[in-house]
Design a protein around this ligand. Sequence first.
Ligand SMILES: Nc1nc2c(ncn2[C@@H]2O[C@H](COP(=O)(O)OP(=O)(O)OP(=O)(O)O)[C@@H](O)[C@H]2O)c(=O)[nH]1
Ligand SMILES: [Mg+2]
Length: 393
Amino acid sequence: MLSLALAGKPNAGKSTFYTAATMAEVDVGNYPFTTIDANRGVSYARTECPCLNRDQRCDSDNCNDGKRYVPVELYDVAGLVPGAHEGRGLGNQFLDELTDADAILHVVDASGGTNEEGEPVEVGEHDPVEDIDFIEDEMDRWLASIIERNWETVERQSRSPDFDIDEALGEMLTGVGATEADIATVLRNIDYPTDPLGWTDELKRSLASDLRAQTKPLIVVANKADIASDGNIERLREAADIVIPTTADGELALRRGAEAGLVEYDPGDESVTISEEVSDQQREGLEQIQDVIDEWGGTGVQQALDAVVYDVLDQITAYPVENETKWTDSKGRMLPDAHLLPTGSTPLDLAYAVHSDIGEGYLHAVDAQEGRRISEDHELTEGDVIKIVSTAN
Ligand SMILES: Nc1nc2c(ncn2[C@@H]2O[C@H](COP(=O)(O)OP(=O)(O)OP(=O)(O)O)[C@@H](O)[C@H]2O)c(=O)[nH]1
Ligand SMILES: [Mg+2]
């Protein structure tokens, strides 16, 4: 499963985002370092279910009238302050927790109501644009310090006659969550000596930051958009590539309201239907959230998850089925599973994602929407419904 981490300054709203996105109970408080141990849970990316192309909607628990929710792992870690790589705040422990994240949702308090350390100040007093770069900088320094610590080992290995710099770096960097492909991509773009003694500190640092950019892509969640000035949001948008104005608090209220039957709302919807039963005060609160939704196209929570999964990590959703006409599994359930795969994936990749045995016994695949066989190296696209024929099924 893809793994997404919520990172950012203390008090930015990470745990609120996490609670809204997973509906798990965690501590939320208006003081720094409310969260100490990472919370891990399941959240979802939203897409259009292929059942919309049929007369009948599917019966998956993760589909609501064609709104399909595909599971991803989300985790909420302790707040990070400048200097974390040197152990400030809860420092290094937090950074280590990012090792297995595929991407990072950087939660920023766009209202400027918390200072550099995450302590509450007057709304607008702190400039959130100043918060944008420090996470990447902290991660770069953290990675650089790991590389520095392990460099001696690489130097020692280089005395052996069959030493290979790429192999040695590969071994070292897989430990911080990089794949062989990541390492190859990064090394292709820098010029470096084959003798580890010839590497300058600057070169090691640029290896660290290139690797971070490759393995930890990031978007900015401009949270507390309900109380942030439009000017702040605009300036954040100028300062980073992908910025999603968000009210995590608002999303949480809507999800709880939906659970209690007070509103009709599915995560990611652009409108909310408020029941007659709410109190005047509840109605006022809900209407304020609707204002944020109208202004930014959603509360931002679902939009941020979708942006990371589909735009940043470039995933597609594929639906394996056993029956290519009914789109069902062996138990007759229609479109029971959805798999996220990187763009460019093939039916064989999908087979392996379902189960390694299915992949190993792969014979051929059928595109169930088109009703025709497709080759092993055919490139899958978003929403493909695929029957895999394998010796293992
Ligand atoms: N106005 C507003 N307040 C919010 C929003 N999201 C979170 N908050 C408030 O911000 C404060 C901090 O929220 P948390 O979710 O605990 O923040 P955190 O980033 O997990 O903080 P640490 O665990 O201390 O790092 C709480 O008082 C939340 O109610 C939002 O969208 N709008
Ligand atoms: Mg927290």
